[in-house]
Design a protein around this ligand. Structure first.
Ligand code: MN
Length: 494
């Protein structure tokens, strides 16, 4: 089902039919323009001009119950007395954005009269609406500027994409194959609270449930998948004919069938629970991520769910998104760097060149040598995002980073890798990340910027902390303390 975003204009009956007809015509024109300007895969529809409390209630009930509605854009072309919005907005569960714009861009100096002023008064009409939404303590994004301004439509596109990610959360099923990597803390959390807060469910399965699907794969399917590997990746003859790659293909086909059977677009595994699998799924996980699946290693269901949401948000954007882990540092006086990687599972959507498909020993886990894609990532801006469970709330941490090319080749490193310089510096970024309780697993994206995550956190109603070029450790520490008080007073779930 294609998602819809509804454009709704607030007004009142005071101005007469002529003004209301203009308001509707302008609203349709603006909806059409925005619909063409944004890149998100969504039907942007003009819904109505709202002039009564009954109409607000019926709109909000309809938006809440219609599954296809991912969110609403509100705009007050004229004044719209906001008490009529109270009862309806209290019932609205879908995200909304307040577009603070006006139909004309410039004041028609020589023509302007009181009729014009009455028709074009969003400057104060939107303030009345804004007061009420703030009075109701409802989260929303506010975007200011003329509707033809690219900065405005770009910010709307960001919000729409975040709303699509949020919509995905409402029905997402995260498949947890095996449990948590034993004794690890940050990958754990409250799954009941997560479902209540975010909508997604986390469902556990034994590895044996997956193994059955893997064993059911027949050799002809494997042979044709090996052909796909050969065409998509740099692959030498020995690897192509190896038992390891044959097994990796079997695991991929089994895993795909298993996830399809569970109607699941996100999953986790752990190298500690692999009974009946001959190797840790590496290539399979990488290829599933490239197809939009969320993934978290070592049982990390929060990162898996977040990755799936970001994969929905970044649809058709350049740059790619992957599961990631801060692995090791290059500490130096010119700006220390982080080398990000994982044992195997980095998504090839972030690859700078055609990935090489290779087979190497893993070093831990005691299983056969797994196949994996090996590649680097080209320079550019990116973010690392982590969702953590603080016990009384969820916190989303975002660090803005700059991907840099490695100063030298890494000929002996048999995994995909990214080198980045975190903002404001590795030292402050790591200090604040650690003080904020940030995980070692992240969602790494070159496609999605901080603003998407901010909109997403607002929709979820969760805490968000950003580490960017303005971050100072002392202020960050104080923010953490203030937030502790805020969430204790208003959002405490314990
Ligand atoms: Mn890990």
């Amino acid at each position: 089902m294609k998602s819809e975003i509804w454009f709704v204009t607030g007004s009142q009956r005071l101005y007469g039919d002529e003004v209301l007809n203009n308001v509707a015509a302008h609203s349709k024109e603006i909806t059409g323009y925005i619909s063409d300007a944004i890149t998100a895969n969504v039907d942007l529809k003009f819904h109505s001009v709202i002039t009564s409390a009954e109409a607000v209630s019926s709109l909000c009930k309809q938006a809440t119950s219609e599954q296809s509605c991912a969110g609403i854009i509100f705009w007050m072309h004229t004044f719209s007395p906001a008490r009529m919005w109270i009862n309806g907005l209290k019932e609205l569960t879908k995200p909304f954005v307040h577009l603070h714009t006006q139909y004309n861009s410039r004041i028609p100096w020589s023509e302007i009269d009181m009729d014009f002023m009455n028709e074009n008064q969003s400057a104060h009409g939107d303030r009345e609406f804004g007061f009420l939404v703030t009075r109701l303590r409802k989260n929303r994004k506010v975007i200011v500027g003329h509707w033809k301004d690219k900065k405005v439509t770009d910010r709307l596109d960001v919000w729409v994409r975040a709303a699509l990610g949020w919509r995905e959360f409402q029905s997402l099923k995260v498949t947890r194959i095996g449990d948590n990597m034993r004794d690890v803390a940050v990958t754990e959390g409250d799954k009941v609270e997560a479902q209540s807060r975010f909508g997604f469910s986390v469902n556990g399965y034994g590895v044996g449930d997956l193994v059955q699907f893997v064993n059911d794969v027949d050799d002809s399917q494997i042979k044709s998948l090996l052909g796909v590997y050969e065409s998509e990746y740099a692959l030498d003859k020995n690897t192509l004919s190896s038992k390891s790659l044959f097994e990796a293909a079997r695991i991929e086909l089994g895993l795909r069938a298993f996830l399809k059977d569970k109607s699941s677009m996100a999953f986790t595994d752990t190298f500690e629970d692999l009974h009946g699998l001959h190797q840790l799924p590496g290539l399979a996980v990488q290829r599933l991520m490239a197809d939009g699946f969320g993934f978290g290693a070592e049982g990390d269901w929060k990162t898996s769910a977040l990755l799936r949401a970001v994969k929905v948000m970044d649809s058709a954007l350049e740059g790619g998104t992957s599961f990631m882990e801060d692995y090791t540092y290059d500490l130096n006086d010119d700006g220390s760097l982080v080398l990000g990687a994982h044992m195997l599972e980095i998504c090839p959507t972030i690859a700078s060149t055609k990935p090489r498909c290779e087979v190497h020993p893993l070093g831990i886990g005691g299983k056969n040598d797994p196949a994996r894609l090996v590649f680097g990532v080209s320079s550019g801006q990116a973010i690392n995002a982590a969702l953590i469970d603080m016990g009384n709330r969820f916190r989303l941490l975002v660090n803005e980073v700059e991907v840099v090319e490695p100063p030298q080749d890494l000929p002996k490193l048999p995994v995909a890798r990214v080198l980045w310089k975190p903002a404001p510096s590795m030292e402050t970024a790591a200090e604040t990340w650690i003080l904020g309780g940030g995980a070692h697993h992240t969602v790494f994206s070159k496609a999605i910027k901080t603003e998407y995550m901010e909109d997403f956190a607002d929709m979820a109603g969760i805490e968000m902390m950003v580490i960017d070029k303005q971050t100072r450790a002392r202020e960050f520490k104080n923010q953490l303390k203030w937030n502790e008080v805020y969430y204790h007073l208003f959002e405490n779930r314990l």
